[in-house]
Write a protein that binds this ligand. Structure first.
Ligand code: ADP
Ligand code: ZN
Length: 699
């Protein structure tokens, strides 16, 4: 009898090792094959990570695989390499990365193919419709070329790039040349260009060059709402662009994955999870709005940042990486300073307009002068009136969705809180209800205090109230709202209506500050800007600045001057001074002084438990275990905590955090491993692993 053959399999679980399995006689597999196996009495589909291995456990206890899943796609070796890189860096198991990359799927391959066809057919109809409605001959021509491509795809022929040539301005051409040079030197490019400078145009040019060399392109955006306008621009360069984001169904994901797998060449436009498609032959990765925190996944593991992971993927794929932003993250500016990235600047807007003018309104002073009507100062109302009368459109940012962020009893002063979280409940109208923004818990709203039956009074104004106020102030205008309460199905419609000028004023949360290119927008206004800075976080000011600068960039595009009006209780705040002259070095110096990232590396360990006593006890024990583990090292990192975060109870679980801050030196990798091992051992010994989460480079 021949000696049995053993393999290792990656399972979609939080395991530190890749379990061994035996191949039944006559069965052969390759690395990347998908196999069905039993683990702890449950069935899983895993990916073979090694074959012909010599097991290091008792051979008698190794189970045979149950089956080879012939119908499932094979995993590429470079995908496994990427998963390993991500799991090493983010201190999670490779199985957790595998699970994110290959979510369980219920439909078969034929159905996937049928849906791909269906999508192409829908697209063809849409294009034909657009072509017939287009007024300009060159636009019609562009649609006709796209139609030809889609028809070719439907006939099963290969898509070829239809290059609508991208012509760059001299300033853009200089920037593109600098990027090419950096690529040739093996560096990541940080494209720092003001809003409207034509960063997108440069991405498209670089993408086209990459495609011209027969290689593929991955274009990452922080949120999918941003991608709709982009999709059309990209389609002009590569008509067969595939859109991929976390919101799409597992079936749609696998369609795109299957497309990518089959195509010699492809262009994917997607959010962070698009990194985990079966990439091959990738020549360029674009990370647009690289500073955006949506690139970071908080939960579940892998808690990765797509910006850093894109660089790892770039190394594995031998692809160039370009990060772009009008307000780069301090992390990337730092990387540029130490020569890891090459920073390329684009200082002028393409349509050579002035940057939007800034007006700060002091709401404390206005209130004293009786200059406030609800959420609006009289000055802002004038600004809005002027903008609308001149035929412009207006965006109004209020960072809190709801009608009122909280309500209070006028008799006993009580503020109703979520029974499961340590936060006040927000009032929502139509229908009236109290909602917890942390766990979603909802209660009917009667207007009466639950303890004393006194009358409840809304405190403050959220987007819903602001919308109502605007409708009262401007009864003849078309006003809409866009925030977390807007159904996904309506989002695109609202954005399109605004873009086409069918809406005069749009109220919304952060979502309206991002990446949209609206021709008619002449004024953007911020209500209660202080709420943007209010968080106790060393990054709060940086975030507020990025948000305001991005928002400001929305107004006054195409050469028309725009304006940003900011209502605040603290007009002297340094964030506003920074809006006038952009100097990021001060913030970097400040971070250095206090030993914050990027000068150190942070790892958060969070502990969650419904039993608060046990949580307090075990979080201290974990801290002690970390101290002990680090005491044997040469440069022990700083361990802070355990402490309760600002919101310390969510969905019935109390939360504690321990923060470890590592010096940035050669010992970093081994210290991170020490931490990971200590946390894993602790979880095992105390049977507490399910309560622990490790977050590397938290944002
Ligand atoms: P950014 O991405 O930096 O915000 P965009 O690429 O969206 O800038 O450019 C801003 C506007 O200028 C867009 O409407 C775009 O169509 C136009 N534009 C930029 N560069 C060019 C170019 N080279 N040729 C034609 N139009 C351009
Ligand atoms: Zn809650």
């Amino acid at each position: 009898m021949p000696a049995p053959t053993y393999i290792q399999v990656i399972l979609p679980l939080r395991l530190e090792w890749e379990p061994y399995y035996r191949l039944p006689e006559g069965v052969q597999v390759d690395v990347g094959d998908r196999v069905r196996v039993l683990f702890a009495r449950k069935e899983y589909v895993g990916a073979v990570s090694a074959i012909d291995v010599q097991p290091r456990t008792d051979e008698n206890r190794i189970l045979p695989i149950l089956a080879v899943e012939e119908g499932l796609p094979k995993v590429l070796p470079e995908e496994i390499r990427f998963w390993r890189a991500v799991s090493d860096y983010y201190l999670c198991s490779i199985g957790e990365v595998y699970k994110a990359a290959y979510p369980a799927l219920k439909i078969g391959q034929e159905e996937v193919d049928a849906r791909i066809r269906e999508r192409l057919e829908t697209r063809l109809e849409r294009l034909k419709d657009k072509e017939s409605k287009a007024r300009r001959e060159d636009t019609r021509e562009r649609y006709r070329t796209e139609i030809e491509v889609v028809e070719a795809l439907l006939r099963g022929e290969k898509a070829t790039a239809v290059p609508t040539p991208v012509t760059l301005s001299p300033a853009q051409e200089t920037a593109a040349a600098a990027a090419r040079q950096a690529f040739a030197d093996g560096k990541t490019v940080l494209l720092h260009g003001v809003t409207g400078s034509g960063k997108t145009e440069i991405y498209l040019k670089l993408a086209q060059e990459t495609l011209g060399k027969g290689r593929s392109v991955l274009f990452l955006v922080p949120e999918i709402a941003l991608s709709r306008q982009l999709e059309d621009r990209i389609a002009a360069v590569f008509p067969d662009v595939q859109v991929f984001h976390s919101g799409v169904s597992a079936a749609r994901r696998s369609q795109v994955a299957s497309y990518v797998r089959k195509s010699g060449q492809y262009l994917v436009l997607g959010t962070r999870s698009a990194l985990f498609l079966p990439h091959h032959n990738l020549g360029l990765i674009i990370v647009d709005e690289e500073h955006d925190t949506s690139y970071k996944q908080d939960a579940p593991a892998p808690r990765y940042n797509a910006r850093e992971s894109a660089i790892m993927l770039g190394v594995i794929q031998d692809a160039h990486v370009v990060l772009g932003s009008a307000t780069p993250s301090l992390e990337s500016l730092y990387n540029a300073e130490i020569g890891r990235f090459i920073k390329v600047d684009l200082k002028e807007r393409f349509h050579s307009g002035e940057e939007a003018e800034i007006r700060i309104i002091d709401t404390v002073a206005e209130r004293r002068k009786r200059g406030m009507t609800g959420s609006f100062s009289r000055k802002l109302i004038h600004e809005i009136t002027d903008a609308l009368d001149a035929g412009g459109q207006v965006l109004v940012l209020r960072a809190r969705r709801s009608y009122a962020p909280s309500v209070q009893c006028t008799e006993c002063g009580q503020i109703p809180r979520c029974p499961h979280c340590h936060v006040p409940m927000s009032l929502h109208r139509n229908p009236d209800r109290l909602v917890c923004h942390y766990c979603g818990h909802t209660e009917p709203y009667t207007g009466r205090c639950p303890s004393c039956d006194g009358v409840l009074q809304p405190l403050g104004a959220g987007t819903q109230k602001v919308e109502e106020e605007l409708k009262t102030l401007f009864p003849d205008r078309r006003i809409a709202r866009l925030d977390g309460d807007t159904p996904d199905t309506e989002e695109a419609g609202i954005i399109r209506h605004f873009a086409e000028g069918d809406i005069d004023m749009l109220v919304g949360t952060q979502i309206i500050t991002k990446g949209f290119d609206f021709d008619g927008l002449s004024l953007v206004a911020v209500l209660q800007a202080d709420s943007l800075m209010g968080q106790q976080d060393f990054r709060a000011d940086e975030r507020a600045f990025q948000l305001l600068e991005q928002f400001r960039g929305r107004s006054g595009r195409r050469g028309k001057p725009g304006k940003i009006v900011i209502q605040t209780r603290e007009p002297e705040h340094p964030v506003y001074t920074r809006l006038n002259g952009t100097d990021d070095t001060d913030l970097l110096a400040e971070r250095k002084l206090f030993g914050y990232p990027p000068f150190t590396r942070l790892v958060h360990i969070s502990l969650k438990d419904s039993n608060e006593k046990r949580l307090d006890f075990l979080s201290k024990e974990l801290r002690n275990a970390l101290f002990a583990a680090f005491s044997a090292t040469d440069t022990p990192p700083a361990v802070v905590g355990p402490y309760a975060p600002a919101v310390d109870r969510i969905a019935g679980e109390s939360i504690r955090q321990i923060r470890v801050s590592f010096p940035r030196n050669k010992a970093l990798t081994s210290l991170k491993r020490t931490l990971s091992q200590a946390v894993t051992d602790f979880g095992k010994e105390r049977k507490y692993a399910a309560h622990l989460a490790v977050d590397v480079d938290p944002v």
